[in-house]
Design a protein around this ligand. Structure first.
Ligand code: PLP
Length: 392
């Protein structure tokens, strides 16, 4: 099919919820995507942080294909070894004790909210249901995760949302103003991704963790975007030296298949009992096989060191570009502010020139596959440099 035919079909049959680039991707290998005309693109997006091992990594495709040909699905009424292996591996690598599997970041966050509310309801009564999140955060598109998202623009016309959320600025005074005896949890992203690749300050996170710990308020860390090696540690909380009570993971965990995971510490392990939660596809064996292949690679200390090195390399090269005002982020989750022109225009022109990049607020955002070769980083940066030189 031609691009025009695909676009026509899209406009005719799909709800127009996405502002798409005029590009139709049909295949990929490593950090290279290929469109319907055979044109190649260096991909600095990895499907918004999903394809952590790049396109069609051999280890990942082999594991997924093998599982698809063995048992593609079974309901959660039966035990299933791929699911148990993945849960064990996640716990061993992170220090958490129990996992619930869903299909997306939003679903992982929904589970986190339910765990926090049930923990507090069991222990303190059902009034202790309030959750503080941060302004400028992004936690998903379901009605509860929209409510958790501290950006009014996402709420408009979808009210009434789930009740019980309030939004603090990322400082302790503001958190304290928002916390009351009815607060059961504080939920944060350690690097606000959609909010503009904004890392939280180390001191604030440590103080917040201690504050929550003293009051038995659960600290939920949303690592849907920062997780699975993206920031140079397996999970970003490991950069901050705090232990959340609940962690959510999705995107990069599946390496390209839909997965969401909500992890909790030992004392919360028994909060959710039979019948309190569920998901038809949660912990699907094919998805779990893919995630296990991802963790086999990304869970390795040497691999994570390389991610940090490549992140430092990208940061250095981007910072050296005259047209870039500043670069921020952690590991291979980076944002760059342009001195001239808009990030959207730059992303559009990059796509025309064979480079896929993202934007976040007024920044260009880079989430390359963690396996990207230096050669491909250089190729992508050369396209970017050419494009941003032309911006006015
Ligand atoms: N939380 C964070 C931090 C995210 O970045 C996203 C998606 O961008 C989500 C939650 C929602 O994830 P999903 O789109 O898989 O529901």
């Amino acid at each position: 099919m031609t691009l025009e035919e695909i676009q026509e079909q899209d406009h005719r049959y799909l709800m127009q919820t996405y502002r798409r680039f005029p590009v139709a991707l049909v295949s990929g290998h490593g950090a290279t995507a290929v469109d319907c005309n055979g044109k190649e693109y260096i991909d600095f997006t990895s499907g918004i942080g999903v394809n952590s091992l790049g396109y069609c990594d051999e280890r990942w495709t082999r594991a997924v294909a093998k599982q698809a040909a063995t048992l593609q699905h079974t309901s959660n009424l039966y035990y299933q070894p791929m699911q148990t292996k993945l849960a064990e591996k996640l716990c061993a690598l992170t220090g958490f004790s129990k996992v619930f599997f869903g299909n997306s970041g939003a679903e992982a966050n929904e589970c986190a909210v339910k765990v926090a509310r049930k923990y507090a309801a069991d222990k303190y009564g059902k009034n202790r249901c309030r959750i503080v999140t941060l302004r400028n955060s992004f936690h998903g598109r379901t009605l509860t995760t929209l409510a958790a998202t501290g950006q009014d623009a996402f709420h408009e016309k979808f009210t009434p949302l789930t009740q019980g959320f309030s939004y603090a600025f990322p400082n302790m005074d503001s958190v304290k103003e928002n916390v009351s005896g009815d607060t059961c949890a504080v939920m944060i992203e350690l690097v606000q991704g959609e909010g503009g690749v904004l890392p939280l300050k180390d001191g604030f996170v440590k103080e917040l963790a201690a504050f929550c710990g003293e009051r038995d308020i659960l600290l939920i860390v949303d690592e849907v975007q920062t997780g699975v090696g993206r920031t140079g540690k397996l999970y970003c909380f490991q950069n901050y030296g705090v232990m959340p009570d609940i962690l959510t993971s999705a995107k990069g965990l599946g390496g390209g298949l839909p997965v969401g995971a909500c992890l909790c510490t030992g004392r919360l392990g028994g909060v959710m009992d039979a019948g309190s939660h569920g998901s038809t596809f949660g912990g699907n064996p094919v998805v779990c096989a893919g995630a296990l292949a991802v963790l086999d690679v990304v869970g390795d200390g040497g691999f994570l060191r390389e991610v940090r090195e490549k992140g430092a390399y990208l940061t250095e090269k981007l910072s050296a570009m005259e047209e870039i005002e500043f670069v921020r982020g952690l590991g291979m989750m980076l944002g760059a502010k342009l001195k001239k022109g808009s990030a959207k225009e730059a992303a559009q022109k990059c796509a025309e020139s064979g480079l896929l990049v993202l934007t976040a607020k007024e920044l260009l955002r880079f989430l390359p596959p963690l396996t990207i070769a230096y050669e491909d980083i250089d190729k992508g940066l050369a396209v970017l440099q050419k494009v941003i030189r032309t911006l006015k």
